[in-house]
Ligand binder design. Sequence first.
Ligand code: MRU
Length: 343
Amino acid sequence: MNLNNTAVAAIKWEDNKLLLLDQRELPNTVNYRSYTQAPEVAKAIKNMCVRGAPAIGISAAYAVALSVQQYYSSTNENWLQQVNLEIQELNASRPTAVNLTWALKLMQQALEQIKDNPIAKITALAKKIHADDIVANQTIGELGANVIGESIGVLTHCNAGALATGGYGTALGVIRSSVQRGLKTIYAAETRPWLQGARLTVWELAQDNISSTLISDSSAAELMRTQAIDWIIVGADRIAANGDVANKIGTYSLAILAKFHQIKFMVAAPTSTIDWNLNTGSKIPIEHRTAQELLPACYTKNKLINAWNPVFDLTPANLITAIVTEKGVVFNPNSNNMKTLQC
Ligand code: MRU
């Protein structure tokens, strides 16, 4: 089975337009929305039409290309300022995934250096960021599969697949590569409240003919107590320089449960997800989304009923068995051994 070309693509660039697969409508409807303006892409990131750390960064890079298309002309002296304003708006669209800032910084640095033909050059850079992410994920997949070896079963959380990246996926990249080597048992946690696991992960795997079993988040401990699994594999939104990991809410609980049950815990992410400016994870901004995303609709106007809705959590490095990146694998991550990924 060759799964290098996954059936699902979250992001496409066609005829100088950005196409985003609307993930709010999955799995019922496969609907690509077309974008020609950067502020509309910022909204699509905020409202989670596109989501997943690498996919957010790639979409923002293409949005900068749209902005240059819109404002650049030899007669508009202010085009760069106008583009920079839109870059700021994109940068504020979601706080936790550092891939967003990483991609926008690359685009901004390129804009400062480009002397001629900015539309073609900046579009080419966005396409390169997209293509590089797919290659990185394929490498992560192979390295992660080497680490796992012969696994009796794995559990993943959220969606860290083709839908969350340029393609192939990080955690699902490791799972895809492991399936090619014989992995048979894959559990996916539903991932409340937005249901990335239930609506996206099991659907995405099925598009590639990979069978998986959905569990409710609250079944995780019982799964670990009674069923044969030896690895939990997740993605990341931001990794601090000491290996602390911010990822989808529920990841931290799974890491604690894994430790208790002597199950190994893998984080799969490209190095664009590492924030070398943060020594520990305690300074990673954790996004809280609206109460409406959590509360049943009938409660939303009842002032007595509130909701607390952090959508990411922080897993300390000492609960992680291995961080797998395209530049290599760090076992038992800490400030010292994470440095091997810095070159
Ligand atoms: O809120 P989301 O769906 O954007 O959160 C996504 C995650 O937490 C993923 O695990 C993470 O971004 C890694 S995606 C390769």
